[in-house]
Every structure is written in C-alpha cells, then in structure tokens.
Design a protein around this ligand. Structure first.
Ligand SMILES: [Zn+2]
Length: 263
C-alpha cells in the first residue's frame, strides 16, 4: 500500500483566527525571479501559508505566482511597503495584493482558468462527486446507473487517450503517463497497468476515489473508471475491449483491479 501524502491545493485557504491576503506577481521567466520576491517577503517577516506557481516552460516569456500570506498583526503600512519593495525587483513585472474581504479566508482571484498539460481542468469537491454518484444510483437503480457510468467513462477514456497520443505518440508511453497522471489528478493513490499478453491488461488502483465514495455498497463497485480503463485501451490499441472489476475494496480486497480484455 502507498503511504498517503495529501496535497492541500492552495487555491483557496481557510485559516481560523488569521488575517490572510494573497500576493499575485507577474515575473520574467528567468532563473531567480521568484527568489527575489520570496527574499523580500522573508525580510518583512511575513509567513507564507501557500504558494501557487504557474507552469513556466522555456518558451513563455513571463509567468505568474500567487503567494498566500498570513498578515495577522501586520500593519497596512508595512504590507504596502513590502508590496512596493517587490514591485522594485528587477525580474518582477507587476505585483498586487488580493484581499477577499472575508475573515480567515483567501483565494486565488488572479488566475481565472485552470489548466493542466495546457488543457482546461475542472476540480470537483468530494461532496459534489459523492452527491453525483449516489444520486445516480438512487434515481436510476444499480443496473442503469452502472451502464450510464460505464459508457460515460468509456467516452472519457477515449478522449484522454487521444489527447495523450498527441503528446507522447507511443501507446506504452501513454500508459506510463496515465499511471502518473491518475495520481497527480487525485483519482487514486497509485495506479499500475500491466500488459498481460496481446489481449489483456491488468489495471490496479490503490485508493480509487469512485469505490471509496461508494463505501457501504457491496462490491465490485467501479463502473465509471472501469469504463474509462476500457476506453483508454481501445483508443490506444484499436478494436473492442471490455473491462471487468475482479478485485474491489468494497468486496474486501486491498485494491481495485480491472481486467481489460480484447473482444
Ligand atoms: Zn472497486
């Protein structure tokens, strides 16, 4: 089992009894640019509670960073002084303080579209995803909800594989990339995909969100991600593939495992 190291993504932060603001800076994409601003924050003795850095690839001339600050007890004048000092840094193009005006709370109000690998990403909270899954099962019944989720997943799997193929070309590199991305995007704690001959893949998830959210139902319970696994392999290798969940945390197993088999 993987040790769980959660990332509390600092898109918005609630920190009781603290005054929080965010600093948004636009930087030249050159080495040391962020270091200059961090050194200023350090000199003013202000504590950083989270930092969001944009991806800075070699061909983008600028990049942006949002730095969430605990400014409890810091006078307005001192904060302004720090801001002016940051604006004077050679590699800093602009700097703004963002104040949500809500006590103990700050959010990234600078960026207004989230991307990963240059494609738009929408984050859904556990509450909304659980609500979505449970309402499908209670409204349509197990069999209809399972079919709906499987085919929805299948379409998603095809689309993800098409996108990855543009980046990585080789289907086996796409498989290695999805193992990493499934973890980076929070779908599971670990994903391992094994090729078993020419007609079968074993797809093993530790901590798969779908089955964790359906805890209490008798397993196997994955339909959405099961469909996604089949669609992903179909798109990479052609032909018709189907996926069966042969191990599931909701059937008492330690992992969720699918066999994806060529039809
Ligand atoms: Zn499962």
């Amino acid at each position: 089992m993987s040790r769980i190291r959660p990332l509390n993504l600092p898109l918005s932060i609630y920190f009781p009894n603290k005054r929080l603001v965010s600093l948004a800076v636009e930087l030249k994409n050159v080495p040391g640019a962020l270091m200059e601003d961090l050194a200023v924050i350090h000199r003013f003795g202000i504590n950083i509670v989270g930092l969001l850095s944009n991806t800075a690839t070699a061909n983008s001339p600028t990049t942006s960073v949002v730095i969430h600050l605990d400014v409890s007890g810091v006078e307005e004048e001192k904060l302004q002084e720090m801001l002016e000092e940051i604006r004077r840094q050679e590699k800093t193009l602009s700097a703004h303080i963002l104040d949500a005006g809500i006590h103990s709370f700050t959010a990234d109000q600078y960026h207004n579209r989230i991307l990963s690998l240059n494609a738009r990403v929408v984050l859904m909270s556990e509450a909304s995803l659980k609500g979505l899954l449970h309402s499908l099962y209670t409204t349509f019944g197990d069999a209809a909800a399972a079919a709906f989720l499987y085919h929805m997943g299948m379409g998603g799997g095809h689309a993800i594989a098409r996108y990855e193929k543009q980046l990585f070309k080789d289907p086996r590199v796409c498989i290695r990339a999805i193992e990493h991305n499934a973890v980076a995007f929070g779908y599971a704690h670990r994903l391992t995909i094994r090729e078993v001959g020419a007609t079968m893949f074993e797809v093993i998830f530790e901590g798969l969100f779908e089955c964790e959210y359906l805890a209490g139902k008798k397993g196997p319970t994955s339909n959405w991600i099961r469909g996604m696994a089949a669609g992903f392999i179909e798109e990479l290798f052609g032909g018709k593939w189907s996926a069966t969940e042969v191990k599931c945390v909701n059937a008492g197993d330690g992992v969720c495992m699918f066999r994806v088999v060529r039809q």
